[in-house]
Design a protein around this ligand. Structure first.
Ligand SMILES: NC(=O)c1ccc[n+]([C@@H]2O[C@H](COP(=O)([O-])OP(=O)(O)OC[C@H]3O[C@@H](n4cnc5c(N)ncnc54)[C@H](OP(=O)(O)O)[C@@H]3O)[C@@H](O)[C@H]2O)c1
Length: 333
């Protein structure tokens, strides 16, 4: 970047007529049949368009299955996509403003999401809609804040927007110790529900502390044998666990699932599956709950940008048994 500026100063052409490109470091999808999941590259730093913000990424959350999701492999028009930059949740600083981004200023610390089809936050910079971010929870580090947007928004949209949970209802959360499940358990508890969570043994103590009234070790027993029918199932596991859960619903009970499905899924599964969408108001509410100490988040492991491939190939997961893996990006330019 500096070299380009010096050349520009020496140039007989007035600076205002020069276009200066800034590069940024990214880790992008390796579409070769072998080798690491992600490879290092330099791409032009994106420019924020109307309604968009350029974010200086300081930390990005990792959702390993994302590499297999449709937007990581296809563009919006259906054409094959190569070299996608993954990681669509982040915490960082507003680096530049597009037009009509009222309410934001350069330098603000924010957290949020960006479009699944856009290049993500496993990079020094990313562009996002201003409506997809909110001020970072003040009590969290950037690493902690980067674990929140997708997980908390998914839990909120499943339980509140779709299942419309009510105080006193019985809510069964499958995968209650996972990245999303931890938020589903806490949000259901905050809504006054009776929470039942299926988890791994090393997550039982934590999930009970977070508000689950009944915690079931899915390795040791079948949930059907351990609890009564429920008003809501929030499924973060899918497959056989989802299949066995329909019978757990009381008459009028509601099911939501977030686990990936394909075209062969039953219609009733397609009807209750959804993909999380960025929602600024929800991020604002979540930040308030976090700062009030009512919602907790957990970092499993932190890896630098250049080692992001390890975070996506699964080798770092479950060091702690719960919490998300986070990529950190040094803040100096
Ligand atoms: N649709 C969306 O918008 C959306 C958004 C975010 C995530 N997702 C997807 O939703 C799923 C959950 O995401 P996540 O980030 O929470 O993943 P995660 O952190 O890997 O959590 C999954 C949890 O489920 C547990 N688990 C596995 N099998 C189970 C079973 N049979 N019964 C109960 N618990 C079981 C796992 O425990 P062990 O590892 O110890 O077995 C783990 O704690 C993933 O498939 C992810 O790709 C979808």
């Amino acid at each position: 970047m500096v070299l380009i500026m010096q050349e520009a100063k020496k140039s007989p052409i007035p600076l205002s007529f020069l276009i200066i490109y800034f590069d940024m470091k990214v880790m992008q999808r390796n579409n070769a049949r072998s080798g690491p999941a992600l490879i290092a590259a330099e791409l032009p730093r994106p420019e924020p368009g109307e309604g968009e913000l350029l974010i200086r990424v300081l930390a990005a959350g990792v959702t390993p299955p994302e590499l297999g999701w449709y937007p990581s492999n296809y563009a919006k028009d259906g054409s094959p996509r190569k070299g996608a930059v993954p990681g669509h949740e982040f915490s960082g600083v507003v680096a530049a403003l597009g037009k009509n981004t009222h309410g934001f200023q350069e330098g603000q610390e924010v957290y949020g999401m960006n479009d699944w089809f856009a290049d993500g936050a496993t990079a020094e910079f990313c562009v996002t809609q201003a409506s997809s971010v909110a001020l970072k929870p003040a009590t969290l580090t950037h690493e902690e804040a980067a674990t929140v947007p997708i997980a908390a928004s998914t839990a909120w949209q499943g339980l509140v927007d779709r299942a419309k949970i009510q105080p006193g209802e019985r809510v069964l959360v499958h995968g209650g110790g996972g990245g999303v499940g931890i938020f589903a358990v806490q949000l259901a508890h905050l809504h006054g529900a009776h929470v039942i969570a299926t988890v791994s043994p090393n997550q039982m103590k934590l999930v009970a502390e977070l508000g689950a009234d009944e915690v079931i070790d899915y390795h040791a027993s079948r949930f059907e044998d351990r609890t009564q029918k429920v008003d809501v199932v929030f499924d973060g596991v899918g497959g056989e666990t989802l299949d066995r859960s329909w019978n757990m619903l009381k008459p009028g009970g509601r099911m939501v699932t977030i686990a990936s499905i394909d075209d062969t899924a039953e219609q009733r599964v397609k009807d209750v599956f959804f993909i999380v969408e960025p929602n600024q108001q929800q991020l604002v509410e979540v930040a308030k709950l976090v700062d009030a100490g009512a919602l907790r988040t957990f970092v499993n492991a932190v890896v630098p940008l250049e080692q992001a491939s390890d975070a996506y190939n699964g080798s770092l997961m479950n060091k702690r048994g719960y919490g998300k893996v986070v990529i950190t990006v040094p803040g100096d330019e």
